[in-house]
Design a protein around this ligand. Sequence first.
Ligand code: GLP
Length: 642
Amino acid sequence: MKPAAQRVPTAENEQRERIRTVIHAGADDAVSVVATEIAELVRKNVKSGKPTVLGLPTGSTPVRLYRELIRRHRTEGLSLKTVITFNLDEYYGLPRTHSESYWRFMHEQLFDHVDIPAANIHVPDGTVPRADVFAWSQSYEQAIREAGGIDLQILGIGRTGHIGFNEPGSGRDSRTRLVTLDAVTRRDAARDFLGEANVPRHAITMGVGTILDARRIVLLAWGEAKARAIAEAVEGTQRDSLPASFLQGHPAVEFHLDRAAAAQLTRASRPWLVGAVAWEPTVTRRSVVWLSQHLNKPVLKLIDEDYSEHGMADLLTEQGPAYGLNIRIFNELQHTITGWPGGKPNADDTHRPERAAPHPKRVLVFSPEPSDDVLGMGGTLRRLVDQGHDVIVAYQTSGNLGVPDEEAATAADLVLEISRADNKLSASAAFAQEVRRQLSAKGQFDGDTPDIRRLKGIVRRGEARASLQACGIDAKRARFLDLPFYEKGRYRQFRIGDADIASVVEVMREVRPHQIFATGASGDPSSLSAVCFDTVCRALSATASDPWRAGCRVWLYRGLERHWEPAEIEMAVPLSPVELDQKIQSIYHHKSQRSQQPTGARGADESWQRAEHHNQEIAQAYDKLGLAQYEAMEAFQRWTQA
Ligand code: GLP
């Protein structure tokens, strides 16, 4: 194995980073830099009469880069005629025509819109008979060599730290081959394939060694779901269990990240360990919480030596001694805890997360699709209603893409059954019959017809109402926005338009909320929750001068991707064991979202189990810091528009 290239960090705070990493304000900034690099490389090679060989990835991550290349091709005269491409991977068993094949993805996302000659395009063939895969893989490597090797390899990264489909266990020297997909990867792909059971089990991928042969490598990552894998790849040791870590051995590799994906690098999460920091209140709180967690000692038991032995001596000099600092941070943490998420009426609110007045408040909860609301804040929803607030839940999308066909068939059958008793074919029965017909005509991976989508949306509305009722909320408090971007779109490829914003603005103006709860602020920008959050942000901009805005606070909740750490939390709402059970009950009403297989074999993977686990983990984290012991907690952060 090659030793890790001895990277010389360019700044003090990058000293733990073994890969050059650039953190951008947002994915669009990163994409612009990388598109420029590609364009310059192509132009330089054209001048010397050479082709440009690009290694290309699929997934949500590169979609923006491809859009930017298409834009430059259309409006800036960027020609890709001299480009030769090799794609990283393909699902095994999928023909090119399959809606989820990477061949089709690449054509839809890039190749159909630029001038790369068809003969220059190479995507692994998922239909090679098993016995021929080895020979085929060698021919793929041969073709790369014959093209002169890859000039620039673009990569995304999987949550398991995979590159291409090199899952944990892939060696540094692995070459193009057939691989078995990791359970996490298959779960991540479940939505694309309308259920995990449909996700292929195998794929053909370039190996880690094949990737490392490229002369230059650029990896892109957006969103909090990638933060852990990124931190491990950049700062951890090189190892088979995290294939992206082998990139450390490459002399010309660079990571381009957005802030959410970079959040767990030391310079972002624990900057005091890698240089001088300005001890602003948030950094101070983060560092004290970190020290307490790292030493497994409650905050109030930390002593001066603990600080000075862990690179925090200058914090002591500025704000010490430990005794007073500990008490201050302990109180700050204590003040985040409240059983009154809408504010406690007639109480002193100096140290409470929410204002006492007005009471009751008008509260608007945005849920990207039905179930996100209860998963993220089911306990808080119930409290808000119990405490007399006027709560409206706005389901931004219908969520119909997440409903299995069987559920739609069951619903159609129900309508048909009722109408049979009526002895006449009503309009709704005719609709149900038509959906039944369309369902049987549909191939396993075909997209849904508008009728099927409509019925699936109705199924989810019913679940959402039942779920709200289980939280003690009248179903009339639900608003189903059915945002058009979703009804016309597919996962990873959503694009919002004016009609989407208008609809979100309309519900805001109807409610004129004192509190808005929303989610998706730090997700991958192409994820459904991030796209939905974007509609909220744009609607907030559009209503900036509405009178109600002055009294409106926005609170962020999180989905199942990652829960807040105590130092990030600005409001923590405790749940008693009974309240936690009630929350699980309300999640359980989202029947179409449960695993379609018997649960026994799946362990703690069901969404209610994950939500329960998150809420308990937050409570345990507070407990370990030395605060009161609760069964579970839901957590929120206040959001202000930059
Ligand atoms: C798939 C692809 C990878 C990609 C990863 C991340 O597993 N084979 O090449 O990097 O997904 O996907 P996304 O960008 O959608 O997060």
